[in-house]
Design a protein around this ligand. Structure first.
Ligand code: ATP
Ligand code: PYR
Ligand code: K
Ligand code: MG
Length: 585
């Protein structure tokens, strides 16, 4: 058996392989389990071998199928509640296991969708994560949105909250008009950091004092990655006089970048990744218990490590730190940044200001690949359905862009202005949802999953065992055409490792850790559920199957693969890990 062979090869000095067909008496936390074994072949590391070889953990891999015999076991103490969010439950009822969407949906919240009713409509439409961009609006406004989302979660939704830092960027603060202004070819503009009253025509106030440091005559000022271009013709103190060389629109908060001979110029100033305002926003996020902190303009892994270690001293519930890949430096240090972070956002808006647009698609594919190898979630962001800010239908090209992100197995796709300020936010979300689902089912029908050679992520034997179990479990679930994967997980680790394999059946992750449940909201194919778990795995499985059955979401004959990273706290402190296939009786 390949699975057993792989195991034996991995740690052959510690495992004994039994012959296929040999039935081993299974014990869970010392208790015999009255489950009917249909077929059974197994590997088992016995305790005496453990002692003889000086191995700390016992690993039992069971490959076989059992029929759950509900009722044969004393179900006392198994009663409890299972928090499955309303939306997944509805989807499951309507479309069955394979109908569950795998790609997660992130919505930027703004004035167009910030009432409780509007937020609920987005939640119903499938929003998994609500993003708050700290560049915009007030602390009170953000607080109000966070509180409303908590209210929705209390009602049975499961929407995680992400804050996105402002970061150090140079953008237009004022250009003398409430909306856009056209810069005409040959017109001369004045760029300054000074505040001015609205009456000065052809003047742009930039967001940073030192914006012109290191900039020379002849350099180019590019607006929003190419919306308009100027040439610096004179420096007057810290101000720049510029001639428009490529006419176009200046939008409110447009981004400025500086170029010399086709290369991006970094001024002498070194802007910190996290400004004083960012730190204050992070304190706010921590105090409100947000689930994700997305860090803008990450230049190296150190900024991420620094924030993570700061957070670890702050509270028991750790927000996950996402690195936004949106500048040249983040591309140059991609691997180390992804390694240090809990996931990334491919922020194509600013990335397109810093690299030529034609490089964005290949960069996106590369970043997703690096993330998949390191098992970190990746969000594809910006302009996915940009035209829907104004129009009720997307362009065909936009639908193709969303489909491509799904085909590349991004964990999540994101709406920006479409939901924050657009007229058709809910409709845009529905386009993301239906497009993702269609692409996912097409991929399954055509068996397009290229099996990813998982890089060896973990160093310790027990972590590598967990990793290998998940790789094998995902392959088994696909090959056997199982209905679902049930993973019982303390902190989400095994659910995440399973997700990394992009298996066909949905992954139901049972956890008693609220933070872990929310963090899993961003992971491909995982439906996280909250439940009280005990050390008795058999009891956990029976309890969940019984509760899901009571809800009418699972029926006789359904087959589920069961794995777990729950380590019993029994006296021997043995690590118990198994793969079981259960047929619901
Ligand atoms: N909280 C908010 N309040 C008001 N407007 C918002 C808010 N959040 C977003 N917007 C609007 O939606 C637009 C798109 O939002 P988004 O956060 O994606 O982008 P951004 O500000 O261009 O850049 P970045 O994501 O790089 O910080 C913004 O330009 C802004 O006009
Ligand atoms: C999302 C974001 O920050 C960007 O696209 O630039
Ligand atoms: K931002
Ligand atoms: Mg950005």
């Amino acid at each position: 058996m390949a699975l057993a062979g792989e195991y034996a090869a991995m740690c052959n000095q510690t495992l004994i392989m039994t012959k296929p067909g040999v039935t081993l008496k299974k014990t869970v936390s010392g208790a015999p389990v009255p489950s009917k074994r249909v077929c059974f072949s197994a590997l088992k590391l016995k305790n005496y071998h453990k002692a003889r070889l000086g191995v700390k953990a016992v690993t039992q891999i069971e490959v076989g199928s059992t029929t759950t015999t509900e009722g044969s076991r004393d179900l006392k103490g198994l009663e409890g509640t299972l928090e499955l969010d309303l939306v997944s439950e509805g989807e499951l009822r309507k479309k069955g296991f394979m109908g569950l969407r795998k790609t997660k949906l992130v919505c930027t919240i703004g004035p167009a969708c910030c009432s409780l009713e509007e937020l609920e409509r987005l939640a119903l439409e499938g929003m998994n994560v609500a993003r708050l961009n700290m560049c915009h609006n007030t602390r009170e406004w953000h607080l109000d949105v966070v509180r409303k989302i908590k209210k929705l979660n209390d009602k049975g939704y499961c929407v995680a909250v992400m804050i996105d830092t402002e970061g150090s960027q140079i953008n237009v603060v004022d250009h003398g008009a409430p909306s856009s202004v056209k810069a005409e070819d040959g017109s001369i503009w004045h760029f300054t950091a000074e505040k001015f009253d609205g009456s000065r025509p052809l003047t742009v106030q930039a967001s940073r004092e030192g914006f012109s440091e290191g900039i020379e005559i002849g350099d180019e000022v590019v607006i929003d990655g190419g919306m308009a271009t100027f040439e610096v013709v004179e420096k007057i103190g810290n101000d720049l006089r510029c001639k428009c060389t490529d006419s176009g629109l200046l939008l409110p908060r447009a981004k400025l970048s500086f170029w010399r001979a086709g290369k991006l110029v970094r001024g002498n100033y070194e802007l910190p990744t996290l400004s004083a305002k960012d730190w204050s926003d992070i304190e706010f996020g921590v105090s409100e218990g947000v689930d994700f902190i997305a860090v803008s303009f990450v230049k190296d892994a150190e900024a991420i490590r620094h924030l993570k270690s700061h957070l670890s001293t702050k509270s028991a519930k750790l927000a996950k730190v996402l690195a936004k890949i949106e500048c040249v430096e983040s591309l140059q240090k991609l691997q180390e940044i992804v390694e240090a972070s809990d996931g990334v956002m491919i922020a194509r808006g600013d990335l397109g200001v810093e690299i030529p647009l034609e490089q964005i698609p290949s960069m996106q594919e590369k970043i997703i690949e690096v993330c998949r190898h390191l098992n970190k979630p990746a969000i594809v962001a910006s302009q996915l359905l940009e035209s829907m800010i104004q129009y009720p239908t997307p362009t065909r090209a936009e639908v193709a862009d969303v489909s491509e992100a799904v085909r590349q197995y991004a964990d999540a796709v994101m709406l920006s202005g479409e939901s924050a300020v657009g007229s058709y936010g809910q409709k845009a979300l529905s386009v993301l949802r239906t497009t993702s689902s269609r692409m996912e089912s097409w991929g399954r029908e055509e068996s397009m999953q290229a099996h990813l050679n998982q890089s060896k992520l973990r160093l310790s034997l027990s972590d590598r065992i967990a990793e290998q179990i998940c790789n094998c479990a995902a392959e088994m679930a696909n090959n056997l055409g199982l209905d679902a994967i049930f993973v019982y997980t303390r902190h989400g680790e095994m659910a995440s490792l399973l997700s990394g394999n992009r298996p066909n059946p949905p992954i139901f992750a049972f956890t008693s850790d609220r933070g872990a449940r929310m963090a899993l909201s961003l992971q491909w194919g995982v439906t996280p559920l909250l439940i009280d778990l005990s050390d008795d795995m058999e009891a956990n499985t029976e309890k969940t199957i019984s509760l899901i059955k009571t809800k009418g979401l699972i029926k006789e004959g359904d087959t589920v693969l069961v794995i777990s990273d729950i380590i019993p706290s029994c006296a021997t402190q043995t690590l118990f890990q198994s793969i079981q296939v259960k047929t619901v009786a």
